[in-house]
Design a protein around this ligand. Structure first.
Ligand code: GCU
Length: 342
C-alpha cells in the first residue's frame, strides 16, 4: 500500500472513529442515510455538514445555533454538526440535501450557483460598492428573494453568514496588479463565475474543493487561491502562501440551507425554532466578523505573510468586459438591481 493510501485509510478511519464518538457521546441513533434520524429519547436530530474547520467564526456561529435550538425546543430538536468536509465537498452536501440524506448544510454561495443560477450574482467581481452596500442588498428584498430561490431545487435558505471579501493569496508572487496573475494557476471554487473572474483578471483558474486545497498548494498543483482573511487563517493556507493581496474582488456570502424534504417533515413550531436560531446565529456572526478579520490579518502577518493593499481600480477595470457580457441576461438584471440599491 502506498504511503498516500495508507495515510488516506488512516484519516478515513480516524474520521469514522471521531464521528462515531460524536454520535455515541451525544446519545444519538443516526438511522440509515439520515432518513429517520432521531435520538433515542425521541428528539429530532438534524445533521448539518460543512467544509470549514471548528475554529472558523461561521462554525462557531452554528455551534451557538445548536445550543439555542436545543434550548428553545427543550431538547426536542437538535443539531449535529459534521465540520471539515467529513460528509463531502460543498457540492456533495448540496446534493445530499436534495435527496434528503442530509438535513442541513452551510455552503458558500459559489458552488450553489450550479443549483440556484441566481447565486452567480455574488461571483461577479466588483458588483458591490462596499461592505455596507453588500449588506443593504443581502438584507433587503433581493437578499430574501435569493434565499427563497432554491426552493424549487429542494433547498430552503435560512440565513446568510458574513464571508467578507475574497482576495488573492499566492505561494510567493506578489499580486500588486492584475498583470501579476499572468501564468499563475489559481484555485477556484466549483463555480463557473469564479472561473470566469480569474480568467478575466489574467490568471489560470483551477477548480479544487476546499478540502483538497492545502495539499494542492503544497504540492504545486496550484500557485495560489483566493479567500477572506478568517478562512485564509483558519485553513492554515498561510503556512504555504506568503503573499496576500487585498484586492477584495468578490463578496460571496455563506448560506445556511435546509433540505426541502426535511423542511416539509417539520411542524410549524419546529420550523420557527430553526428559523429563529439561524437568524440569531447569523446576527452574532456578523458582529464577530470584523474583529475576526483583523485578528486573522494580524496573525498571518505575524507568521511571515506579506499583506498588500493594491489599487483595486486596476482590477475592477479588467473585469468591465465580464460585466458587459451579462447585459440582457437574468444575472445582468440582478446586477442592475444591485446598482440601483442605494
Ligand atoms: C469560504 C467559505 C467556505 C468555502 C471556501 C472555499 O471559506 O466560507 O464555505 O468552502 O470559502 O473557498 O471553498
Amino acid at each position: 500500500m502506498s504511503e498516500l493510501r495508507e495515510a488516506r485509510t488512516l484519516s478515513l478511519f480516524v474520521a469514522g472513529v471521531l464521528v462515531g464518538c460524536l454520535v455515541a457521546t451525544c446519545g444519538y441513533a443516526l438511522v440509515e442515510r439520515g432518513r429517520n434520524t432521531s435520538a433515542r429519547d425521541g428528539a429530532v436530530v438534524l445533521k448539518l455538514g460543512h467544509s470549514l474547520d471548528t475554529a472558523h467564526p461561521v462554525h462557531l456561529a452554528m455551534e451557538r445555533m445548536a445550543e439555542s435550538l436545543a434550548q428553545k425546543s427543550g431538547g426536542a430538536l437538535r443539531l449535529l454538526i459534521a465540520p471539515n468536509g467529513q460528509l463531502g465537498s460543498e457540492t456533495d452536501c448540496i446534493e445530499l440535501l436534495q435527496n434528503g440524506a442530509l438535513a442541513l448544510t452551510k455552503t458558500s454561495s459559489a458552488p450553489l450557483e450550479a443549483f440556484v443560477p441566481e447565486m452567480a450574482l455574488f461571483g461577479v467581481p466588483y458588483v458591490f460598492r462596499s461592505e455596507e452596500h453588500f449588506w443593504r442588498v443581502a438584507e433587503g428584498p433581493l437578499g430574501d428573494e435569493l434565499l427563497a430561490a432554491g426552493e424549487t431545487a429542494g433547498l430552503v435558505g435560512l440565513c446568510w453568514y458574513d464571508a467578507g471579501a475574497r482576495s488573492f493569496y499566492t505561494k510567493k508572487t506578489p499580486v500588486q496588479s492584475p498583470g501579476d496573475l499572468a501564468g499563475l494557476k489559481i484555485r477556484v471554487q466549483n463555480s463557473q463565475t469564479a472561473l470566469r473572474m480569474v480568467e478575466a483578471l489574467g490568471g489560470s483558474p483551477t477548480p479544487l474543493t476546499f478540502g483538497e486545497l492545502y495539499t494542492g498548494l503544497q504540492q504545486g498543483l496550484v500557485d495560489g487561491a483566493e479567500n477572506n482573511p478568517p478562512s485564509f487563517h483558519s485553513s492554515r493556507h498561510f503556512e504555504v502562501c506568503k503573499e496576500y493581496s487585498l484586492d477584495e474582488h468578490t463578496r460571496v456570502p455563506d448560506v445556511l440551507l435546509v433540505s426541502r424534504i426535511w423542511w416539509d417533515r417539520l411542524d410549524e413550531q419546529q420550523r420557527e425554532w430553526l428559523r429563529e436560531a439561524a437568524l440569531e446565529s447569523a446576527e452574532w456572526q456578523r458582529t464577530e466578523w470584523r474583529r475576526r478579520t483583523e485578528e486573522a490579518l494580524a496573525a498571518v502577518e505575524e507568521a511571515g505573510v506579506t499583506v498588500r493593499r493594491p489599487d483595486t481600480a486596476a482590477f475592477a477595470e479588467k473585469v468591465a468586459p465580464m460585466h458587459a457580457s451579462y447585459e440582457g441576461t437574468p444575472i445582468g438584471d440582478l446586477m442592475r438591481r444591485v446598482r440601483e440599491t442605494e
